[in-house]
Design a protein around this ligand. Structure first.
Ligand code: ADP
Ligand code: MG
Ligand code: ZN
Length: 508
């Protein structure tokens, strides 16, 4: 591991007072095609190592690639959804370099002829002046293939240093990737970290809506590299950029950009200069460390791939794909906001939490929108955060959340019990009904046991009982509390209060 972990940083407020950030985001998305980009091998995640390989994706001599049509179709659909032009004619290129997990010694990619170019994606960010839309220019979206995966065994860190040996799994080699590269993003000022996060969030939403990928950042099907540079004022030419690699959660994108801004600013304020280099993001410590510098990099000796025919998507095909695009996410957001009748800010909270899909599905499963938002943004967001996973990856479905909420609205559960039911579902104890039954969680709605508990509480606190009889209705809280405790929270507090007052013959 790198030792230069103590680089100076400038406080963020000082950074934005003295510098203007420019961003560039490169997102790799692994397509969800059934087979690989240039061969027929399956792409299932998590298969036993090296069971999904063939001569082509292993780069054996004499093997020939064939383009996956669904891969090209997905690339075009992504390009169209990003408002890009679609090339009339483009080629694959060989990007030559050696890496042990890349058996062909070149990556089949695209170079100066991307399939999609010159588009944009609008993203909304909450600013001091309300929600503001930033238009992110898209430079290009091109097709390429993934590499295999190397794991280093025996060391403490999982990194190559200190490892006893390394294992290579080629199952991932040849899985189709689309790389989406933004134009330099200017004009974000102090909101640069939030804009970066909002862009990847919006892009992920768009890709999910297209159904082209499962867009799981933690499994690596969506990966982001963040380029950051600083300049003194917006009229200066761009500063030297660094490229922070593989930032693998939405939150880390924001953190990595913010950190890099504070680090670069400290260097520049000290009269130093920024080295153009790749940097590694460290999730645990929240810093980036130096990777390889661009000077010693990269002459990939790109040349057109001779084994693949050029791609020339007919205009009819492109138009057909355009008309079959799903509802644009921005349009969908506006529609749902209107249907649910919620404010911009409430909608933004849903989006920031990545909760739009789950809330929509929970409402579709019968829950009220307010209740659906309450569970996903409250209890479930807390658990997801604790576990470091996305809401959608929690082991509870929108239908189950709607099920819990149905039990609340019919009076079987109060909120406190509902949280326990959710806990049970998350713990794998089954459907909400089953958890209620097995944990014995239903609200006690039968007045008999409630009256018994009330009498017991009154007997235990005779002075309080007298106060209430004497008209001090505020004192009822103590008795209600005792009854709730005695019934382990399973009583309806409102009902207990009503029964108590009736018992003592007083009214509110
Ligand atoms: P590389 O091959 O180094 O990854 P790319 O062109 O693929 O280069 O991506 C570079 C990214 O950085 C693009 O999004 C580009 O818009 C952005 N970029 C270029 N120059 C700067 C700069 N000075 N500061 C910030 N971002 C930049
Ligand atoms: Mg790049
Ligand atoms: Zn193969």
């Amino acid at each position: 591991m790198s030792t230069d972990t103590t680089e100076k940083v400038l406080p963020y407020d000082d950074v934005v007072a003295s510098f203007d950030p420019v961003l560039g985001l490169e997102v790799h998305v692994e397509l969800g095609t059934a087979t690989k980009m240039f061969c027929g091998c399956p792409t299932t995640f998590g298969a036993a190592p090296n069971t999904q390989v063939c001569p082509t994706c292993l780069g054996l001599p004499g093997s020939l690639p064939v383009v996956n049509k669904v891969g090209v179709e997905s690339a075009i659909r992504i390009g169209l959804a990003l408002n890009c032009s679609i090339a009339e004619w483009c080629r694959f290129a060989r990007k030559n370099y050696f890496y042990p997990d890349m058996p062909k010694n070149f990556q089949t990619s695209q170079y100066d002829e991307p399939i999609a170019y010159d588009g944009y994606l609008d993203v909304d960010v909450e600013t001091d002046e309300g929600v503001k839309t930033f238009r992110i220019g898209i430079e290009r979206a091109h097709m390429e293939e993934d590499t295999g995966k190397t794991t280093h065994q025996g060391g403490a860190t999982g990194r190559i240093h200190g490892a006893d040996y390394s294992l290579v799994d080629y199952n991932r080699a040849g899985i189709p990737l689309i790389e989406i590269v933004t134009k330099p993003i200017e004009g974000t000022g102090k909101y640069a970290p939030e804009v970066a996060r909002a862009y990847v969030t919006a892009l992920r939403e768009l890709l999910r809506g297209l159904g082209v990928s499962d867009v799981k950042m933690e499994q690596g099907s969506l990966r982001c590299d963040a380029n950051v540079s600083l300049r003194r004022t917006p009229s200066d030419t761009f500063g030297t950029r660094t490229e922070t690699k593989n930032v693998n959660s939405l939150r880390s994108i924001e953190r990595a950009v913010r950190y890099e801004m504070t680090r670069q600013a400290a260097v520049l304020e000290d009269g130093g200069s920024i080295t153009q280099e790749t940097r590694h993001w460290h999730e645990d410590t929240g810093i980036t460390t130096s990777g390889r510098s661009k000077e010693e990099a990269e002459d990939y000796r790109y040349f057109p791939e001779p084994d693949l025919v050029p791609i020339a998507p007919s205009r009819e095909w492109v138009e057909e794909l355009r008309t079959s695009l799903p509802e644009n996410p921005a349009v969908r957001r506006a529609r749902l906001q209107q249907v649910w009748g919620i404010s911009d800010l409430d909608m933004q909270t849903v989006l920031n939490a990545g909760a739009l899909d789950v809330v929509e599905d929970t409402v579709a499963a019968g829950a009220d929108q307010a209740a659906a938002r309450k569970w996903w943004l409250g209890e479930l967001a807390r658990v997801a955060n604790e576990r470091g996973v996305e809401l959608a990856d929690l082991p509870i479905t929108p239908a189950q959340v709607a099920g819990v909420e149905a039990l609340v609205s019919e009076g079987t559960l109060n909120d406190k019990l509902a949280r326990q039911v959710i806990e049970g579902v998350l713990a794998g104890e089954g459907e909400p009904d089953a958890v209620v039954a097995s944990r014995g969680l239903a609200v006690v709605s039968d007045d008999g046991p409630l009256l018994a508990a009330i009498d017991e509480a009154l007997a235990a606190q005779p002075d309080v009982a007298d106060k209430i009889r004497g008209g001090k209705v505020q004192a009822a809280g103590a008795i209600v509390g005792a009854v709730m405790k005695a019934t382990r929270g399973q009583a309806d507090a409102g009902r207990v209060r009503a029964l108590l007052l009736e018992r003592l013959g007083v009214s509110e």
